[in-house]
Ligand binder design. Structure first.
Ligand SMILES: [Zn+2]
Length: 256
C-alpha cells in the first residue's frame, strides 16, 4: 500500500537528510583545511620572497663597496700623480679630476648608506615574517590535526549511515525510490513532505482543496504543483505506525 511505501521512504529520507548535513559539514571542514593551508603557504612564499630580496640587496651592497674602494684607489693615484707634476696646468687638471672622483665617491657612499639602511629594515621584516610563519605553522598543525580527525569521524558516521540506508532501501518500493532519489538529489532537502494547514510544508505554498483531498485519500502519489515534492497526509503515517505496533504487540502476546 502507498502509505506503507511512503513510510519506508520517509525513514530513508531521514537518513539521507542526516547524510546531507554530514556532507555539508565535511565540505565546511575541508574548506577550513584548505584555507589554513593556503594561509601557511602564502606566508612561506612571503618568507622566500623576502629572503631573495635580502640576498639581492647584499649583492648590490658588495658591488657598491667595490665601487667606493676603486674610487679611493683612483683618488690616491691621482694625488700621487699631482705631487709629481711640475706644470701648473697639469696640477690644475688633476685637481679637477680629483674633485670629480671625490663627488662620485660621495654619491656612491650615499647610495651605499641607503642600501645599508634598507638591508637592516628588510632583515627586520624577514625576521618578523619568519617568526609569524613558524608560529602559524605550529598553530595550524594542531588545528589541521583536529580538523582531519573530525573529517575521519564524519566519514565513519557517513559509512554507518550508508550501511543503515542500504539495508532500509531493500524494503522500499523500487519505483517510488527512483522518483524520490531524483528529487532529493536535486533539492538536497526533504522531498516527501506532509500537507500542513493546506500548505505544502516543503515550499509553503497553498494547495487546492481538491489536491488536499487526493492526498487525504492516499491511494496515489501526489506531487506538489509548485515544487514537485511528494505529498502525504500526516494521519496516515500515524495509522501505519499504530498498525505496526499493534501487530508487534499481538505477535509478542501470541508468543507468550
Ligand atoms: Zn511544494
Amino acid at each position: 500500500m502507498l502509505r506503507e511505501a511512503l513510510k519506508v521512504i520517509l525513514d530513508v529520507q531521514e537518513l539521507d537528510i542526516q547524510m546531507i548535513r554530514l556532507m555539508r559539514l565535511k565540505w565546511e571542514r575541508e574548506g577550513e583545511l584548505a584555507r589554513i593551508r593556503s594561509l601557511r603557504d602564502d606566508l612561506h612564499h612571503q618568507v622566500i620572497a623576502k629572503e631573495s630580496e635580502v640576498i639581492d640587496l647584499k649583492k648590490q651592497i658588495r658591488l657598491a663597496e667595490v665601487d667606493v674602494s676603486e674610487l679611493n684607489t683612483k683618488i690616491q693615484k691621482l694625488e700621487s700623480q699631482q705631487n709629481a707634476v711640475k706644470k701648473v696646468e697639469e696640477f690644475n687638471a688633476l685637481t679637477h679630476e680629483i674633485a670629480a672622483a671625490e663627488r662620485e665617491k660621495a654619491a656612491k657612499e650615499q647610495r651605499l648608506s641607503d642600501l645599508y639602511d634598507r638591508q637592516a629594515a628588510e632583515e627586520e621584516l624577514l625576521k618578523n615574517l619568519k617568526e609569524t610563519f613558524e608560529a602559524t605553522k605550529t598553530n595550524s598543525e594542531l588545528l589541521e590535526q583536529e580538523i582531519i580527525s573530525s573529517i575521519v569521524a564524519i566519514n565513519q558516521e557517513g559509512s554507518q549511515l550508508k550501511e543503515q540506508r542500504d539495508q532500509m532501501q531493500g524494503d522500499a518500493d523500487p519505483e517510488i525510490l527512483v522518483i524520490y532519489e531524483k528529487l532529493i538529489k536535486n533539492k538536497k532537502d526533504r522531498v516527501v513532505v506532509p500537507i500542513e494547514n493546506r500548505c505544502c510544508s516543503g515550499c509553503h505554498i497553498l494547495v487546492t482543496a481538491q489536491h488536499e483531498n487526493v492526498v487525504r485519500k492516499g491511494d496515489k502519489m501526489v506531487f506538489c504543483e509548485h515544487c514537485s515534492r511528494i505529498h502525504y497526509w500526516q494521519d496516515h503515517l500515524v495509522e501505519v505506525s499504530e498498525d505496526k505496533t499493534t501487530r508487534r504487540r499481538r505477535r509478542s502476546t501470541a508468543k507468550a
